[in-house]
Ligand binder design. Structure first.
Ligand code: MG
Length: 254
């Protein structure tokens, strides 16, 4: 009995000592530096204070014609700009690596056509050439308009099917919010890390940190070709349907 009592007491004493010595200190896991920078938004203007404004409703001063680097020729009217077919793709003057992008677009209410020929445009997350070279997030009227699913709105064209179809009716404004991580290459041009993208369409997650297998191609398999910082590009697609419009575009470099 005495032995048991001794064992019991010594266990209690030992445990007490141990818990005193190893008492977890919450402060030991608190990190105070570096402090995240302060970025503000307001109810009136939701554009983050550190965003680069790519279109403020007034002009296309931040954009160039991809073909010849002349000023972008798409039409600006009433705070929005509209694809001018036949003048080709446009891209930003500035180049970017990793970023957060906000973009709003509208399929015209009187849209006609079917499949890929109905309000087709595209957001090239990195423009790597004069044509449709880069990594295209499809823009298309997919409100009751069927097409191949890896080419529908919110897809990474011919690479990744969107998780949902969040399309609004033609005539309504729609939003894209993108988080883009550019691919990295070594000096020899070998891929070190692939591109990744998260896309939220009208508030709905449609690409969740999707890993890209290369640049978008219309025919064949995507492959990577070395590039660094690049412009962001918008597509003037060659189909015959009514041209789509854009407004309120901003980007935050990461
Ligand atoms: Mg397209």
């Amino acid at each position: 009995m005495k032995k048991i009592f001794f064992l019991l007491t010594s266990t209690i004493v030992f445990s007490a000592q141990q818990s005193f010595a190893q008492k977890p200190d919450p402060a030991a896991t608190e990190v105070w530096q570096p402090e995240p920078k302060i970025v503000t938004t307001s109810e009136a203007n939701q554009t983050p204070s550190d965003a680069i404004i790519l279109f403020d409703g007034k002009n296309l001063n931040e954009w160039l014609s991809v073909q010849d680097n002349s000023p972008a020729k798409w039409d600006v009217n009433n705070g929005v700009f509209t694809v001018k077919k036949g003048t080709g793709n446009i891209q930003t003057k500035k180049s970017f690596m990793d970023y957060q992008l906000h973009l709003e677009w509208q399929i015209p209410a009187n849209i006609t056509g079917t499949g890929q020929g109905r309000g087709n445009s595209g957001l090239f997350l990195a423009s790597t050439g004069k044509g449709d070279d880069g990594y295209e997030i499809q823009i298309l009227d997919c409100f009751e308009n069927k097409t191949y699913v890896n080419g529908q709105v919110g897809s990474i064209y011919k690479q990744s099917i969107p998780l949902a179809n969040a399309s609004r009716k033609p005539g309504q404004w729609q939003t894209y919010d993108v988080i883009w991580t550019a691919p990295r290459f070594n000096d020899g041009g070998d891929l070190l890390s692939p591109a990744r993208v998260t896309l939220i369409h009208n508030g709905v997650l449609v690409q969740n940190n999707t890993v890209l297998t290369g640049g978008t191609v219309y025919v064949g398999k995507p492959t990577y070709k070395k590039h660094g910082a690049t412009p962001i590009k918008l597509q003037a697609h060659g189909d015959k349907s009514e041209p789509i419009s854009f407004r309120n575009i901003w980007v935050r470099e990461l």
